[in-house]
Design a protein. Structure first.
Length: 751
């Protein structure tokens, strides 16, 4: 069962985990001490217009001004420009400094880059996304495929969309009625009207509307029909979620539960250890392989190592198995860490192009569960695969981690000897400058110990050659690779009457911890909007999983080949029975050749060549009649007897002679209490395999019941023989498996 687990026991961190059984497949962590600005709506002021960048910088209330490209500016915001020729003019003529705009944060601040803004506002609801100033954006989510797109377009044409607005149907809107979609649209329209009124009341900059927190976003975006439970471990958050679901989705309120056990919620479902793996650099695979994930300024590199993986008969098979496991785990780790941007995966080298395509397909199938837009390339001749993933929010590392104060994010530091020699060269360089009286170096203890012992003679030589005093001060507050070298003039009065140990600088203040102090956040002008009327009761909606929106090619091919239509198979005609005597001599010759040791291999090859034609089902009545004329049912049963042992052949010959006895076609039209044998006796090739492959669920219980009855019947040796096996069981039976021999109908049929 799939569950949504909400952990809110610690006020410094809110965590939402989506699990399938006990396997974590999605994670969202939000820090209340860190303001989330994405999807927030602000009223800002244009502070600078850059024609070279074709963009403007907007002050919306943050420390860094936001970046607003020209393509993200709605045409109605241009001063004195028409919508048709607005793009032909310079942005300096279209926007003026000091102009006020209503903008939405499209991408959070990251590093030295400010937030990316847009004037094309989008309001996300339960089933729809409203684009109030973009009428051309109406459509259906690209994740919805097949016939469901046509159904949604038809439902979308029935709702009343205000003029000048656009609507996009989300994946949660699949199968929803026109009333449910209209209710969601009315709620979003009311919210947009409140935003317009609030933005006109005050002057910029200020916060107009704030996006929901992580808990409400999880209920809005992740709650689908396949989610069985929503478990919350905090009473206040439980009340907040209950109030939201009461207004938006009251039919799902029964799934919401409060967790009150002493064992922590995430430990109870064994999720805590899986979350910790998302913070690690190395992820171990079940086969023994290792995935190494490194973040750089330009991209995220993923390296796959076989390590202790020994599964497989050769190196190619081992590489394939490890790469397949890594493809599944990489897609999962990208969701858990919320990695965005360019990603390069270094798979283990594989010589076979077929294996490379298999790994690519496995990765694409695993990425179908991802809500972000993903573009996947192909494995190059260097064994690298490039892909890009949409950055939905700050990654797990950016929101929960800080840069290492010792290595500054490099991941490694310089060695003691190398750093000590570098400091010695720097001290000599400072001593060579004019009017230098002394050079003071405050170093870590281990660097100082190396210089004062191993390089004591070198320090004395520098002092004698340049007539400069070199002072080396061990500072216990410093750690490699940090040090400080200062140059002072000879007439400097700072060092008069001071010893070297008194020159130690005090310890630097520690780096601020995440969540220690909560900043004073701005209150939005538009608060929570209550729907005007309650949500309509939903109808029966089928469960739609993201990975099964559309059947694959082989599934549709199997259904087209082996599905039984609504029409019943036509009864056998006398033409098929009349063709029987012409085929029986050749079948008799085939059995006589099989009895000898010389013709046994030939007969088996002939039998295997006939079996594919026998197991091919009929898809129409015309095909059934054609099959009856060219291949009687008796010939099928004879070809199946080509490979049994000599003892079984002698026992089956009596039955074979009796089967050729009727000539008027009455035996082929005899009734049978088994639906499988009745369809097989028609000669149309529609045997049990066709019934099993049927997409209609009404015929499945009958097939199972017929096979259960066959297991309790003991056919006599003199009864006619008919096949009751599926195409997967079309191999001839051996003498060791007498239970798989064809079974005849009851004796009353012969009478």
């Amino acid at each position: 069962m799939k569950r949504i687990l909400i952990n809110a026991t610690q006020q410094e961190e809110l965590r939402v985990a989506m699990v399938d059984g006990q396997k974590l497949y999605d994670l969202d962590i939000e820090l209340p001490s860190r303001e989330q600005r994405k999807s927030n709506i602000y009223k800002g002021t244009v502070t600078r217009v850059e024609p070279s960048l074709e963009a403007a910088f907007v002050n919306y209330g943050a420390e860094r001004h936001g970046f607003l490209p020209l393509k993200e500016i709605v045409r109605s915001a241009f001063e004195g420009a028409d919508a048709d020729n607005g793009d032909k003019r310079s942005i300096k003529d279209l926007l003026k400094e000091g102009q006020e705009l209503v903008v939405q944060v499209e991408r959070e601040e990251r590093g030295n880059k400010g937030a990316a803004l847009t004037t094309f506002i989008s309001l996300a609801g339960r089933y729809l996304v409203l684009m109030p100033n973009n009428p051309r954006a109406s459509g259906v989510s690209r994740r919805i495929e097949g016939e469901e797109r046509d159904e949604i377009r038809e439902a979308l044409s029935q709702i009343e969309i205000p003029p000048g607005m656009g609507v996009i149907v989300r994946t949660a809107g699949v199968g929803r009625s026109q009333e449910e979609l209209q209710w969601d649209l009315d709620y979003l329209t009311t919210l947009w009207e409140a935003i317009q009124r609030a933005s006109a009341e005050k002057s910029a900059p200020f916060l107009v509307h704030q996006e929901s927190n992580v808990i409400l976003r999880a209920l809005r975006d992740h709650l689908r029909n396949d989610i069985g439970e929503i478990i919350v471990d905090d009473s206040s958050v439980f009340a907040q979620a209950s109030e939201f679901m009461q207004h938006v989705m009251p039919h799902n309120l029964k799934k919401l539960k409060l967790y009150e056990d002493r064992v922590p919620l995430f430990n109870h479902y064994q999720v805590e250890s899986q979350i910790e793996s998302a913070f690690e650099r190395m992820v171990y695979l079940p086969s023994g392989g290792v995935i190494v994930i490194d973040h750089t300024e330009a991209l995220v590199s993923v390296d796959i190592n076989s390590a202790r993986a020994t599964k497989g008969g050769d190196i190619e098979e081992t590489a394939l198995n490890t790469n397949l496991e890594a493809a599944d785990e990489i897609s999962r780790q990208l969701r858990l860490r919320d990695v965005g941007g360019l990603i390069v995966i270094d798979f283990i080298d594989m010589a076979s192009g077929k294996n490379q395509r298999e790994v690519e397909n496995r990765l694409r199938d695993a990425l179908r569960l991802d809500r972000a837009r993903v573009q996947v390339g192909r494995i190059s001749r260097f064994g690298l695969l490039e892909m890009s993933r949409q950055r939905l929010r700050p990654s797990l590392g950016e929101s929960s981690q800080i840069v290492c104060p010792r290595c500054s994010g490099h991941g490694n530091i310089r060695g003691v000897e190398s750093l000590a020699l570098s400091v010695l060269r720097l001290m000599e360089e400072e001593a060579m400058k004019d009017k230098t009286g002394r050079v003071v170096a405050q170093l870590p203890v281990e660097i100082t110990s190396f210089l004062l012992n191993e390089k004591r003679a070198m320090i004395a030589d520098i002092e004698n050659r340049h007539q400069v005093q070199l002072i080396v001060v061990p500072n216990p507050n410093l750690e490699t690779p940090h040090f400080q070298v200062s140059r002072y003039r000879a007439d400097d009065e700072e060092f008069k009457g001071k010893s070297s140990y008194e020159l130690v600088t005090p310890e630097a203040p520690p780096a601020p911890l995440l969540g220690r102090q909560r900043a004073a956040f701005e209150t939005p002008a538009v608060g929570a909007i209550v729907p005007a009327y309650p949500a309509p009761a939903p109808g029966p909606v089928p469960e739609h999983l993201p990975e099964s929106v559309k059947d694959g090619f082989f599934v549709r091919l199997w259904r087209n080949m082996f599905a039984v239509g609504p029409e019943t198979p036509t009864p056998p005609t006398k033409t098929a029975v009349k063709a029987e005597p012409r085929r029986s001599p050749r079948a008799q010759n085939g059995r006589s050749q099989t009895a000898s040791s010389r013709g046994r291999g030939k007969s088996s090859r002939e039998t295997s060549s006939r079996e594919p034609a026998k197991s091919k089902p009929a898809t129409s009545d015309s095909n059934a009649n054609e099959t009856q004329q060219h291949k009687p049912p008796e010939t099928e049963s004879k070809t199946q007897e080509a490979k049994p042992s000599s003892g079984s052949r002698r026992r089956s010959r009596g039955g074979a002679r009796r089967r050729r006895k009727p000539q008027d076609g009455a035996s082929s039209a005899q009734p049978s209490d088994k639906p499988d044998q009745q369809s097989d006796a028609s000669g149309a090739g529609a045997g049990p395999a066709d019934v099993v492959g049927n997409s209609h669920a009404q015929t499945r219980p009958e097939v199972v019941k017929a096979r259960d009855d066959d297991n309790h019947k003991t056919p006599p040796a003199s009864s006619p023989v008919q096949s009751d096996r599926t195409p997967q069981e079309s191999s001839p039976p051996t003498s060791r498996e007498p239970a798989e021999r064809p079974q005849p109908p009851e004796k009353k049929v012969d009478a």
